[in-house]
Design a protein around this ligand. Structure first.
Ligand code: NAD
Length: 536
Protein backbone atom coordinates (compact mmCIF):
# COMPACT_ATOMS: atom_id res chain seq x y z
CA UNK A 1 0.00 0.00 0.00
CA UNK A 2 1.44 3.35 -0.98
CA UNK A 3 0.67 6.47 1.06
CA UNK A 4 1.24 9.95 -0.35
CA UNK A 5 1.91 13.25 1.34
CA UNK A 6 -1.38 15.03 2.15
CA UNK A 7 0.12 18.42 3.03
CA UNK A 8 -1.59 20.29 5.84
CA UNK A 9 -4.07 17.39 6.31
CA UNK A 10 -1.47 14.71 7.18
CA UNK A 11 -1.87 15.34 10.90
CA UNK A 12 -5.62 16.01 10.94
CA UNK A 13 -6.89 13.15 8.72
CA UNK A 14 -3.92 11.06 7.59
CA UNK A 15 -2.03 10.59 4.36
CA UNK A 16 -3.47 10.11 0.87
CA UNK A 17 -3.94 6.48 -0.19
CA UNK A 18 -2.80 5.58 -3.69
CA UNK A 19 -5.44 3.11 -4.87
CA UNK A 20 -4.99 0.64 -7.73
CA UNK A 21 -7.37 -1.79 -9.38
CA UNK A 22 -7.11 -5.34 -8.02
CA UNK A 23 -6.92 -7.84 -10.90
CA UNK A 24 -5.80 -11.45 -10.40
CA UNK A 25 -4.20 -10.47 -7.09
CA UNK A 26 -2.13 -7.74 -8.75
CA UNK A 27 -2.48 -4.03 -8.07
CA UNK A 28 -2.74 -2.27 -11.45
CA UNK A 29 -3.09 1.33 -12.58
CA UNK A 30 -5.75 2.04 -15.21
CA UNK A 31 -4.48 0.94 -18.63
CA UNK A 32 -4.55 4.57 -19.81
CA UNK A 33 -3.15 5.86 -16.50
CA UNK A 34 -6.19 8.05 -15.74
CA UNK A 35 -7.14 8.71 -12.12
CA UNK A 36 -9.61 10.77 -10.10
CA UNK A 37 -9.39 12.32 -6.64
CA UNK A 38 -11.55 11.17 -3.75
CA UNK A 39 -11.88 14.00 -1.23
CA UNK A 40 -13.17 14.09 2.32
CA UNK A 41 -16.74 15.48 2.11
CA UNK A 42 -16.37 17.03 5.59
CA UNK A 43 -13.28 18.94 4.55
CA UNK A 44 -12.46 19.26 0.86
CA UNK A 45 -8.83 20.10 1.61
CA UNK A 46 -8.26 16.45 2.58
CA UNK A 47 -7.33 14.25 -0.39
CA UNK A 48 -8.34 10.79 0.86
CA UNK A 49 -7.24 8.82 -2.19
CA UNK A 50 -6.13 8.93 -5.78
CA UNK A 51 -8.13 6.35 -7.68
CA UNK A 52 -7.81 4.71 -11.11
CA UNK A 53 -10.63 5.02 -13.63
CA UNK A 54 -10.83 1.47 -14.93
CA UNK A 55 -11.01 1.21 -18.72
CA UNK A 56 -12.81 -1.36 -20.86
CA UNK A 57 -9.48 -3.21 -21.08
CA UNK A 58 -9.15 -3.28 -17.27
CA UNK A 59 -12.71 -4.51 -16.76
CA UNK A 60 -12.18 -7.23 -19.39
CA UNK A 61 -8.98 -8.35 -17.68
CA UNK A 62 -10.78 -8.48 -14.34
CA UNK A 63 -13.57 -10.56 -15.91
CA UNK A 64 -11.05 -12.94 -17.49
CA UNK A 65 -9.30 -13.35 -14.12
CA UNK A 66 -12.65 -14.09 -12.46
CA UNK A 67 -13.55 -16.61 -15.15
CA UNK A 68 -10.22 -18.45 -14.79
CA UNK A 69 -10.41 -18.48 -10.99
CA UNK A 70 -13.97 -19.83 -11.07
CA UNK A 71 -12.82 -23.19 -12.43
CA UNK A 72 -10.73 -23.84 -9.30
CA UNK A 73 -12.73 -21.97 -6.68
CA UNK A 74 -15.95 -23.82 -7.41
CA UNK A 75 -14.12 -27.10 -6.63
CA UNK A 76 -12.87 -25.94 -3.23
CA UNK A 77 -15.15 -27.62 -0.64
CA UNK A 78 -17.63 -25.14 0.83
CA UNK A 79 -16.41 -25.63 4.45
CA UNK A 80 -12.89 -24.76 3.25
CA UNK A 81 -14.19 -21.70 1.38
CA UNK A 82 -15.90 -20.77 4.66
CA UNK A 83 -12.51 -20.85 6.36
CA UNK A 84 -11.52 -17.80 4.28
CA UNK A 85 -14.72 -16.05 5.36
CA UNK A 86 -13.97 -16.90 9.02
CA UNK A 87 -10.51 -15.37 8.72
CA UNK A 88 -12.00 -12.33 6.94
CA UNK A 89 -14.38 -11.85 9.88
CA UNK A 90 -11.45 -11.93 12.32
CA UNK A 91 -9.52 -9.39 10.23
CA UNK A 92 -12.55 -7.10 9.97
CA UNK A 93 -12.96 -7.24 13.75
CA UNK A 94 -9.27 -6.58 14.37
CA UNK A 95 -9.34 -3.55 12.05
CA UNK A 96 -12.81 -2.25 12.95
CA UNK A 97 -11.68 1.15 14.29
CA UNK A 98 -9.45 1.90 11.28
CA UNK A 99 -12.07 0.86 8.74
CA UNK A 100 -14.68 2.98 10.53
CA UNK A 101 -12.32 5.95 10.53
CA UNK A 102 -11.78 5.63 6.77
CA UNK A 103 -15.55 5.36 6.19
CA UNK A 104 -16.13 8.58 8.15
CA UNK A 105 -13.25 10.27 6.37
CA UNK A 106 -14.38 9.43 2.86
CA UNK A 107 -18.20 9.55 3.05
CA UNK A 108 -18.94 11.53 6.20
CA UNK A 109 -21.12 9.33 8.42
CA UNK A 110 -20.51 9.58 12.18
CA UNK A 111 -18.05 7.32 13.95
CA UNK A 112 -20.84 5.49 15.79
CA UNK A 113 -22.62 4.72 12.51
CA UNK A 114 -19.37 3.82 10.73
CA UNK A 115 -18.53 1.36 13.52
CA UNK A 116 -22.02 -0.10 13.10
CA UNK A 117 -21.45 -0.52 9.34
CA UNK A 118 -18.22 -2.43 9.93
CA UNK A 119 -19.97 -4.52 12.59
CA UNK A 120 -22.60 -5.46 9.98
CA UNK A 121 -19.79 -6.81 7.75
CA UNK A 122 -18.33 -8.72 10.72
CA UNK A 123 -21.75 -10.19 11.54
CA UNK A 124 -22.21 -11.18 7.90
CA UNK A 125 -18.84 -12.95 7.84
CA UNK A 126 -19.68 -14.74 11.10
CA UNK A 127 -23.05 -15.85 9.77
CA UNK A 128 -21.65 -17.19 6.50
CA UNK A 129 -18.59 -18.90 7.96
CA UNK A 130 -21.08 -21.31 9.56
CA UNK A 131 -23.25 -21.44 6.44
CA UNK A 132 -20.30 -22.99 4.58
CA UNK A 133 -21.02 -26.18 6.52
CA UNK A 134 -24.71 -25.91 5.75
CA UNK A 135 -25.05 -25.39 1.99
CA UNK A 136 -27.54 -28.19 2.16
CA UNK A 137 -29.16 -30.00 -0.76
CA UNK A 138 -32.00 -32.49 -0.33
CA UNK A 139 -32.61 -36.19 -0.91
CA UNK A 140 -36.01 -36.61 -2.53
CA UNK A 141 -38.12 -39.82 -2.78
CA UNK A 142 -38.52 -41.15 -6.32
CA UNK A 143 -41.71 -42.47 -7.95
CA UNK A 144 -39.69 -45.51 -8.98
CA UNK A 145 -37.79 -48.28 -7.27
CA UNK A 146 -34.00 -48.34 -7.26
CA UNK A 147 -33.82 -44.71 -8.13
CA UNK A 148 -32.42 -41.87 -6.02
CA UNK A 149 -33.25 -38.22 -6.44
CA UNK A 150 -31.18 -35.44 -4.89
CA UNK A 151 -30.46 -31.73 -5.23
CA UNK A 152 -27.26 -29.72 -5.00
CA UNK A 153 -26.58 -26.01 -4.88
CA UNK A 154 -24.20 -24.90 -7.63
CA UNK A 155 -22.46 -21.51 -7.98
CA UNK A 156 -23.53 -19.34 -10.92
CA UNK A 157 -20.12 -18.21 -12.16
CA UNK A 158 -18.77 -14.67 -12.45
CA UNK A 159 -20.77 -12.13 -10.42
CA UNK A 160 -20.65 -8.41 -11.26
CA UNK A 161 -21.12 -6.33 -8.10
CA UNK A 162 -21.97 -2.60 -8.16
CA UNK A 163 -22.45 -0.73 -4.87
CA UNK A 164 -23.25 2.78 -3.52
CA UNK A 165 -21.25 4.96 -1.12
CA UNK A 166 -23.69 5.28 1.77
CA UNK A 167 -22.94 1.81 3.19
CA UNK A 168 -19.50 1.28 1.68
CA UNK A 169 -18.59 -1.90 3.57
CA UNK A 170 -21.89 -3.32 4.88
CA UNK A 171 -23.61 -3.49 1.47
CA UNK A 172 -20.59 -4.96 -0.40
CA UNK A 173 -20.17 -7.54 2.38
CA UNK A 174 -23.84 -8.56 1.96
CA UNK A 175 -23.04 -9.42 -1.65
CA UNK A 176 -19.41 -10.53 -1.81
CA UNK A 177 -19.38 -12.77 1.27
CA UNK A 178 -22.28 -15.06 0.26
CA UNK A 179 -21.38 -14.94 -3.45
CA UNK A 180 -17.81 -16.07 -2.79
CA UNK A 181 -18.81 -18.55 -0.08
CA UNK A 182 -21.13 -20.23 -2.60
CA UNK A 183 -18.21 -20.77 -5.01
CA UNK A 184 -18.67 -17.80 -7.37
CA UNK A 185 -15.97 -15.33 -8.31
CA UNK A 186 -16.54 -11.58 -8.54
CA UNK A 187 -15.69 -8.31 -10.24
CA UNK A 188 -16.68 -5.45 -7.96
CA UNK A 189 -17.07 -1.78 -8.91
CA UNK A 190 -17.41 0.23 -5.69
CA UNK A 191 -18.93 3.73 -5.63
CA UNK A 192 -16.62 6.56 -6.68
CA UNK A 193 -17.29 8.30 -3.33
CA UNK A 194 -16.04 5.41 -1.19
CA UNK A 195 -13.05 3.79 -2.93
CA UNK A 196 -10.67 3.75 0.07
CA UNK A 197 -12.68 1.40 2.27
CA UNK A 198 -13.23 -0.82 -0.79
CA UNK A 199 -9.47 -0.94 -1.31
CA UNK A 200 -8.90 -1.90 2.35
CA UNK A 201 -11.68 -4.50 2.18
CA UNK A 202 -9.90 -6.03 -0.84
CA UNK A 203 -6.65 -6.13 1.15
CA UNK A 204 -8.41 -8.00 3.98
CA UNK A 205 -9.77 -10.61 1.54
CA UNK A 206 -6.24 -11.13 0.23
CA UNK A 207 -4.86 -11.42 3.78
CA UNK A 208 -7.59 -13.94 4.60
CA UNK A 209 -6.14 -16.27 1.96
CA UNK A 210 -8.54 -15.77 -0.94
CA UNK A 211 -6.94 -17.23 -4.09
CA UNK A 212 -5.96 -14.92 -6.95
CA UNK A 213 -8.80 -13.82 -9.23
CA UNK A 214 -11.69 -14.80 -6.94
CA UNK A 215 -12.28 -11.13 -6.09
CA UNK A 216 -11.28 -8.41 -8.53
CA UNK A 217 -11.93 -4.71 -7.91
CA UNK A 218 -12.23 -2.06 -10.61
CA UNK A 219 -12.74 1.58 -9.69
CA UNK A 220 -14.49 4.38 -11.50
CA UNK A 221 -17.78 6.10 -12.16
CA UNK A 222 -21.11 4.65 -13.27
CA UNK A 223 -20.22 5.63 -16.78
CA UNK A 224 -18.06 4.39 -18.28
CA UNK A 225 -16.67 1.81 -15.79
CA UNK A 226 -19.96 0.49 -14.36
CA UNK A 227 -21.40 0.42 -17.86
CA UNK A 228 -18.53 -1.84 -19.04
CA UNK A 229 -19.57 -4.35 -16.39
CA UNK A 230 -23.15 -4.25 -17.67
CA UNK A 231 -21.96 -4.56 -21.28
CA UNK A 232 -20.20 -7.76 -20.19
CA UNK A 233 -23.63 -9.27 -19.46
CA UNK A 234 -24.51 -8.86 -23.16
CA UNK A 235 -21.12 -10.34 -24.04
CA UNK A 236 -21.89 -13.47 -21.94
CA UNK A 237 -19.03 -12.83 -19.51
CA UNK A 238 -21.14 -12.35 -16.38
CA UNK A 239 -23.67 -14.82 -14.96
CA UNK A 240 -25.12 -12.60 -12.23
CA UNK A 241 -25.29 -8.90 -11.40
CA UNK A 242 -25.81 -7.74 -7.84
CA UNK A 243 -26.62 -4.03 -7.72
CA UNK A 244 -27.51 -1.61 -4.94
CA UNK A 245 -28.25 1.99 -5.86
CA UNK A 246 -30.89 4.21 -7.37
CA UNK A 247 -34.08 2.90 -8.93
CA UNK A 248 -33.21 4.61 -12.25
CA UNK A 249 -29.90 2.75 -12.63
CA UNK A 250 -31.51 -0.42 -11.21
CA UNK A 251 -33.93 -0.37 -14.17
CA UNK A 252 -30.97 -0.24 -16.61
CA UNK A 253 -29.41 -3.22 -14.85
CA UNK A 254 -32.75 -5.06 -14.96
CA UNK A 255 -33.09 -4.42 -18.70
CA UNK A 256 -29.69 -5.79 -19.65
CA UNK A 257 -30.08 -8.79 -17.34
CA UNK A 258 -33.63 -9.43 -18.56
CA UNK A 259 -32.65 -9.70 -22.20
CA UNK A 260 -29.91 -12.15 -21.20
CA UNK A 261 -32.25 -14.20 -18.98
CA UNK A 262 -30.20 -13.43 -15.88
CA UNK A 263 -31.91 -12.68 -12.57
CA UNK A 264 -30.13 -9.72 -11.00
CA UNK A 265 -30.28 -8.73 -7.34
CA UNK A 266 -31.60 -5.16 -7.29
CA UNK A 267 -31.71 -3.21 -4.01
CA UNK A 268 -32.95 0.27 -4.84
CA UNK A 269 -34.39 3.48 -3.43
CA UNK A 270 -37.12 4.07 -0.88
CA UNK A 271 -39.72 6.62 0.26
CA UNK A 272 -40.17 5.06 3.65
CA UNK A 273 -43.28 5.94 5.69
CA UNK A 274 -43.39 6.29 9.46
CA UNK A 275 -46.94 6.28 10.84
CA UNK A 276 -47.79 7.70 14.27
CA UNK A 277 -51.29 6.98 15.58
CA UNK A 278 -53.09 8.99 18.26
CA UNK A 279 -52.34 6.50 21.02
CA UNK A 280 -48.57 6.41 20.39
CA UNK A 281 -45.97 7.51 22.92
CA UNK A 282 -45.12 10.89 21.34
CA UNK A 283 -41.61 11.16 22.74
CA UNK A 284 -40.70 7.69 21.58
CA UNK A 285 -42.12 8.42 18.11
CA UNK A 286 -40.25 11.75 17.88
CA UNK A 287 -36.99 10.06 18.83
CA UNK A 288 -37.50 7.29 16.22
CA UNK A 289 -38.58 9.70 13.48
CA UNK A 290 -35.66 12.06 14.16
CA UNK A 291 -33.14 9.25 13.82
CA UNK A 292 -34.92 7.80 10.78
CA UNK A 293 -34.91 11.19 9.02
CA UNK A 294 -31.60 12.80 9.91
CA UNK A 295 -29.31 9.84 10.69
CA UNK A 296 -26.52 9.76 8.04
CA UNK A 297 -27.96 13.12 6.90
CA UNK A 298 -30.95 11.25 5.45
CA UNK A 299 -28.67 9.44 3.00
CA UNK A 300 -29.91 5.93 3.76
CA UNK A 301 -32.13 3.86 1.53
CA UNK A 302 -34.27 3.31 4.64
CA UNK A 303 -34.44 6.99 5.68
CA UNK A 304 -37.90 8.24 6.57
CA UNK A 305 -39.55 10.04 3.63
CA UNK A 306 -43.01 10.74 5.09
CA UNK A 307 -44.17 11.04 8.71
CA UNK A 308 -47.88 10.22 8.64
CA UNK A 309 -49.68 11.53 11.72
CA UNK A 310 -53.19 10.88 12.98
CA UNK A 311 -55.12 14.09 13.59
CA UNK A 312 -54.94 14.40 17.40
CA UNK A 313 -51.24 13.68 17.65
CA UNK A 314 -50.29 16.01 14.77
CA UNK A 315 -49.82 19.22 16.82
CA UNK A 316 -47.97 17.72 19.82
CA UNK A 317 -45.73 15.66 17.52
CA UNK A 318 -44.94 18.66 15.31
CA UNK A 319 -43.95 20.96 18.17
CA UNK A 320 -41.76 18.32 19.87
CA UNK A 321 -40.18 17.26 16.56
CA UNK A 322 -39.28 20.87 15.69
CA UNK A 323 -37.84 21.36 19.18
CA UNK A 324 -35.77 18.18 18.77
CA UNK A 325 -34.58 19.32 15.31
CA UNK A 326 -33.25 22.56 16.80
CA UNK A 327 -31.01 20.56 19.12
CA UNK A 328 -29.40 18.55 16.28
CA UNK A 329 -25.63 18.85 16.25
CA UNK A 330 -24.25 19.01 12.72
CA UNK A 331 -20.64 19.21 11.57
CA UNK A 332 -17.34 17.54 10.85
CA UNK A 333 -17.70 14.00 12.27
CA UNK A 334 -13.96 13.32 12.48
CA UNK A 335 -12.98 16.43 14.39
CA UNK A 336 -16.29 16.52 16.34
CA UNK A 337 -17.46 12.94 16.93
CA UNK A 338 -20.43 14.18 18.99
CA UNK A 339 -22.34 15.46 15.90
CA UNK A 340 -25.64 13.84 14.92
CA UNK A 341 -24.85 14.04 11.24
CA UNK A 342 -22.11 15.20 8.91
CA UNK A 343 -21.93 16.44 5.32
CA UNK A 344 -23.65 15.27 2.15
CA UNK A 345 -21.62 12.38 0.71
CA UNK A 346 -20.54 14.47 -2.28
CA UNK A 347 -21.27 17.62 -4.26
CA UNK A 348 -23.63 15.75 -6.58
CA UNK A 349 -25.74 14.48 -3.66
CA UNK A 350 -25.82 18.05 -2.30
CA UNK A 351 -26.94 19.47 -5.66
CA UNK A 352 -29.69 16.88 -5.98
CA UNK A 353 -30.83 17.66 -2.43
CA UNK A 354 -31.13 21.37 -3.25
CA UNK A 355 -33.55 20.56 -6.09
CA UNK A 356 -36.19 19.34 -3.65
CA UNK A 357 -36.65 22.88 -2.24
CA UNK A 358 -37.83 24.03 -5.66
CA UNK A 359 -40.10 21.01 -6.03
CA UNK A 360 -41.66 21.67 -2.63
CA UNK A 361 -42.27 25.37 -3.12
CA UNK A 362 -43.60 24.84 -6.68
CA UNK A 363 -46.09 22.30 -5.33
CA UNK A 364 -47.28 24.62 -2.54
CA UNK A 365 -45.83 22.66 0.39
CA UNK A 366 -45.10 24.65 3.55
CA UNK A 367 -41.46 24.73 4.65
CA UNK A 368 -41.32 24.52 8.47
CA UNK A 369 -37.52 24.41 8.67
CA UNK A 370 -34.58 24.20 6.26
CA UNK A 371 -32.43 26.58 4.22
CA UNK A 372 -30.31 24.32 2.02
CA UNK A 373 -26.59 24.62 2.55
CA UNK A 374 -25.21 25.56 5.95
CA UNK A 375 -22.78 28.41 5.36
CA UNK A 376 -21.93 31.90 6.59
CA UNK A 377 -25.21 33.30 5.20
CA UNK A 378 -27.32 30.41 6.57
CA UNK A 379 -25.51 29.37 9.74
CA UNK A 380 -26.81 26.44 11.79
CA UNK A 381 -26.51 27.50 15.45
CA UNK A 382 -25.43 24.04 16.59
CA UNK A 383 -22.70 23.58 13.97
CA UNK A 384 -19.28 22.13 14.81
CA UNK A 385 -16.35 22.69 12.45
CA UNK A 386 -15.85 24.80 9.35
CA UNK A 387 -19.07 24.69 7.32
CA UNK A 388 -17.42 26.23 4.26
CA UNK A 389 -15.16 23.17 3.81
CA UNK A 390 -17.95 20.65 3.11
CA UNK A 391 -21.48 20.32 1.74
CA UNK A 392 -23.43 20.47 4.99
CA UNK A 393 -27.20 20.85 4.80
CA UNK A 394 -29.91 22.16 7.07
CA UNK A 395 -32.30 19.69 8.67
CA UNK A 396 -35.47 20.27 6.68
CA UNK A 397 -39.16 19.70 7.44
CA UNK A 398 -42.26 20.25 5.31
CA UNK A 399 -46.00 20.17 5.94
CA UNK A 400 -49.11 20.61 3.77
CA UNK A 401 -47.84 17.73 1.69
CA UNK A 402 -49.86 14.81 0.37
CA UNK A 403 -49.94 12.45 -2.60
CA UNK A 404 -49.85 12.94 -5.54
CA UNK A 405 -47.36 15.75 -4.83
CA UNK A 406 -43.89 14.71 -5.96
CA UNK A 407 -42.57 15.64 -2.52
CA UNK A 408 -44.76 12.91 -1.03
CA UNK A 409 -43.93 10.30 -3.67
CA UNK A 410 -40.26 10.64 -4.70
CA UNK A 411 -37.12 9.79 -2.74
CA UNK A 412 -35.08 12.91 -1.88
CA UNK A 413 -31.95 11.32 -0.31
CA UNK A 414 -31.02 14.04 2.18
CA UNK A 415 -31.99 15.44 5.60
CA UNK A 416 -35.66 16.16 4.94
CA UNK A 417 -39.10 14.72 5.57
CA UNK A 418 -42.80 15.66 5.34
CA UNK A 419 -45.55 15.78 7.96
CA UNK A 420 -48.79 14.41 6.52
CA UNK A 421 -52.05 14.55 8.50
CA UNK A 422 -54.59 11.72 8.21
CA UNK A 423 -57.89 10.79 9.89
CA UNK A 424 -57.32 7.14 10.79
CA UNK A 425 -55.23 4.03 10.27
CA UNK A 426 -56.89 3.23 6.91
CA UNK A 427 -55.94 6.63 5.51
CA UNK A 428 -52.45 6.34 7.03
CA UNK A 429 -51.74 3.06 5.26
CA UNK A 430 -53.17 4.42 2.00
CA UNK A 431 -50.74 7.37 2.12
CA UNK A 432 -47.90 5.05 3.18
CA UNK A 433 -48.51 2.86 0.13
CA UNK A 434 -48.91 5.73 -2.35
CA UNK A 435 -45.26 6.02 -3.51
CA UNK A 436 -44.00 3.53 -6.05
CA UNK A 437 -41.45 2.30 -3.51
CA UNK A 438 -41.73 -0.36 -0.83
CA UNK A 439 -38.48 -0.76 1.07
CA UNK A 440 -38.96 -0.04 4.77
CA UNK A 441 -41.83 1.22 6.93
CA UNK A 442 -42.73 1.87 10.57
CA UNK A 443 -45.73 2.41 12.82
CA UNK A 444 -45.93 3.83 16.34
CA UNK A 445 -49.01 2.69 18.25
CA UNK A 446 -50.04 0.34 21.03
CA UNK A 447 -53.26 -0.66 19.25
CA UNK A 448 -52.90 -4.37 18.43
CA UNK A 449 -55.60 -4.29 15.78
CA UNK A 450 -53.90 -1.39 13.99
CA UNK A 451 -50.55 -3.19 14.13
CA UNK A 452 -52.15 -6.30 12.66
CA UNK A 453 -53.77 -4.28 9.87
CA UNK A 454 -50.46 -2.51 9.17
CA UNK A 455 -48.52 -5.79 8.98
CA UNK A 456 -51.08 -7.25 6.59
CA UNK A 457 -51.55 -4.33 4.21
CA UNK A 458 -48.32 -2.29 4.13
CA UNK A 459 -46.50 -2.67 0.80
CA UNK A 460 -42.90 -2.99 2.02
CA UNK A 461 -40.13 -5.52 2.32
CA UNK A 462 -39.44 -4.52 5.94
CA UNK A 463 -41.49 -3.04 8.78
CA UNK A 464 -40.82 -1.85 12.32
CA UNK A 465 -43.36 -1.71 15.09
CA UNK A 466 -42.57 1.11 17.54
CA UNK A 467 -39.10 1.61 16.09
CA UNK A 468 -37.54 3.64 13.29
CA UNK A 469 -37.55 2.82 9.56
CA UNK A 470 -33.79 2.18 9.54
CA UNK A 471 -31.72 -0.74 10.79
CA UNK A 472 -30.90 -4.24 9.59
CA UNK A 473 -29.54 -7.41 11.10
CA UNK A 474 -27.24 -9.77 9.23
CA UNK A 475 -29.55 -12.78 9.55
CA UNK A 476 -32.88 -11.17 8.55
CA UNK A 477 -33.85 -10.73 4.88
CA UNK A 478 -33.23 -7.19 3.57
CA UNK A 479 -34.94 -5.80 0.50
CA UNK A 480 -38.04 -4.21 -0.93
CA UNK A 481 -40.98 -4.42 -3.29
CA UNK A 482 -42.30 -2.16 -6.09
CA UNK A 483 -39.65 0.39 -7.20
CA UNK A 484 -37.39 -0.60 -4.29
CA UNK A 485 -36.22 -3.86 -5.78
CA UNK A 486 -36.99 -6.96 -7.78
CA UNK A 487 -37.85 -9.24 -4.87
CA UNK A 488 -34.39 -10.73 -4.32
CA UNK A 489 -33.12 -10.43 -0.78
CA UNK A 490 -29.80 -9.69 0.91
CA UNK A 491 -28.67 -11.31 4.17
CA UNK A 492 -29.40 -14.49 6.05
CA UNK A 493 -30.17 -17.79 4.37
CA UNK A 494 -32.38 -16.05 1.81
CA UNK A 495 -29.46 -14.47 -0.09
CA UNK A 496 -28.05 -17.90 -0.94
CA UNK A 497 -30.81 -18.21 -3.55
CA UNK A 498 -29.26 -15.23 -5.35
CA UNK A 499 -25.85 -16.83 -5.80
CA UNK A 500 -26.65 -20.48 -6.50
CA UNK A 501 -28.87 -22.50 -8.78
CA UNK A 502 -30.42 -25.86 -7.95
CA UNK A 503 -29.04 -28.92 -9.71
CA UNK A 504 -31.44 -31.93 -9.62
CA UNK A 505 -29.96 -35.45 -9.98
CA UNK A 506 -31.80 -38.63 -11.08
CA UNK A 507 -29.63 -41.61 -10.16
CA UNK A 508 -31.13 -44.83 -11.59
CA UNK A 509 -29.74 -48.10 -10.16
CA UNK A 510 -32.36 -50.41 -11.78
CA UNK A 511 -30.24 -51.22 -14.84
CA UNK A 512 -33.27 -50.64 -17.06
CA UNK A 513 -34.96 -47.59 -18.59
CA UNK A 514 -37.61 -46.52 -16.04
CA UNK A 515 -39.89 -43.75 -17.25
CA UNK A 516 -41.38 -41.26 -14.80
CA UNK A 517 -45.20 -41.06 -14.87
CA UNK A 518 -45.32 -44.14 -17.18
CA UNK A 519 -43.41 -46.96 -15.44
CA UNK A 520 -44.71 -46.02 -12.06
CA UNK A 521 -46.41 -48.41 -9.66
CA UNK A 522 -49.53 -46.44 -8.88
CA UNK A 523 -51.91 -48.29 -6.54
CA UNK A 524 -53.89 -50.64 -8.75
CA UNK A 525 -57.14 -51.24 -6.84
CA UNK A 526 -59.34 -48.58 -5.33
CA UNK A 527 -62.67 -49.12 -3.57
CA UNK A 528 -65.72 -46.91 -3.27
CA UNK A 529 -66.58 -45.66 0.23
CA UNK A 530 -70.17 -44.74 1.12
CA UNK A 531 -70.72 -43.16 4.56
CA UNK A 532 -74.22 -41.89 3.72
CA UNK A 533 -75.92 -44.46 5.99
CA UNK A 534 -74.17 -43.01 9.05
CA UNK A 535 -76.20 -39.80 8.87
CA UNK A 536 -79.73 -39.67 10.37
P1 NAD B 1 -26.54 5.28 -8.23
O1 NAD B 1 -27.52 4.32 -8.80
O2 NAD B 1 -26.30 6.55 -8.93
O3 NAD B 1 -25.09 4.57 -8.07
C1 NAD B 1 -24.92 3.32 -7.42
C2 NAD B 1 -23.75 2.60 -8.07
O4 NAD B 1 -24.04 2.37 -9.44
C3 NAD B 1 -22.44 3.39 -8.05
O5 NAD B 1 -21.35 2.51 -7.90
C4 NAD B 1 -22.41 4.01 -9.44
O6 NAD B 1 -21.11 4.35 -9.87
C5 NAD B 1 -23.03 2.91 -10.28
N1 NAD B 1 -23.65 3.37 -11.53
C6 NAD B 1 -24.28 4.55 -11.76
N2 NAD B 1 -24.71 4.61 -13.04
C7 NAD B 1 -24.38 3.42 -13.61
C8 NAD B 1 -24.55 2.87 -14.92
N3 NAD B 1 -25.17 3.55 -15.89
N4 NAD B 1 -24.08 1.64 -15.16
C9 NAD B 1 -23.46 0.93 -14.18
N5 NAD B 1 -23.25 1.40 -12.93
C10 NAD B 1 -23.71 2.63 -12.66
O7 NAD B 1 -27.00 5.49 -6.73
P2 NAD B 1 -26.50 6.61 -5.71
O8 NAD B 1 -27.28 7.84 -5.98
O9 NAD B 1 -25.03 6.68 -5.71
O10 NAD B 1 -26.95 5.95 -4.34
C11 NAD B 1 -28.09 6.30 -3.67
C12 NAD B 1 -29.25 5.40 -4.04
O11 NAD B 1 -28.99 4.07 -3.61
C13 NAD B 1 -30.54 5.80 -3.33
O12 NAD B 1 -31.61 5.69 -4.20
C14 NAD B 1 -30.64 4.78 -2.20
O13 NAD B 1 -31.95 4.62 -1.70
C15 NAD B 1 -30.10 3.57 -2.87
N6 NAD B 1 -29.65 2.56 -1.91
C16 NAD B 1 -30.40 1.42 -1.78
C17 NAD B 1 -30.06 0.47 -0.83
C18 NAD B 1 -30.87 -0.79 -0.66
O14 NAD B 1 -30.38 -1.76 -0.07
N7 NAD B 1 -32.10 -0.84 -1.14
C19 NAD B 1 -28.92 0.66 -0.02
C20 NAD B 1 -28.18 1.83 -0.18
C21 NAD B 1 -28.57 2.78 -1.14
Amino acid sequence: MKLLDNGECNNLYGKTIEIKNLIADQECAASDGKTFESRNPSDQRDLVATVPIATQHDVDRALDAAKDAFQQWREVPAPVRAGVIARLGELLAANKETLAFIITREMGKTKKEALGSVQEAIDTARFFQAEGRRLYGQTVPSEMRQKELSTYRKPKGVVGVITPANFPIAVPSWKLIPAILCGNTAVWKPAPDSPAVAYLFGKLWQAAGLPAGVLNIVYGFGRPTGQYLLDAVDAGKVQKISFTGSTAVGRLVGEVCGRNLIIPSLELGGKNPLIVLDDADVDQAVEGALWATYGTGGQRCTSCGNIILQRKIYAPFKSRFLAAMEKLKIGNPILHPEVDYGPMISKSFYERFLEHYQTGSKEGAKLLMGKGRIDANNPWPNFHGDAEQGYYCWPTLWEKVKPPMQLALEEVFGPTTNLIEVADVDAAIQVANAPNYGLSSAIYTSNRQAIYQFKRTIEAGMSSINNSTTGAEAHLPFGGVKGSGNGMRESGIWVIEAYTYWHAINDDLSESLQLAQMDTEYLATQQEVDFAALLP
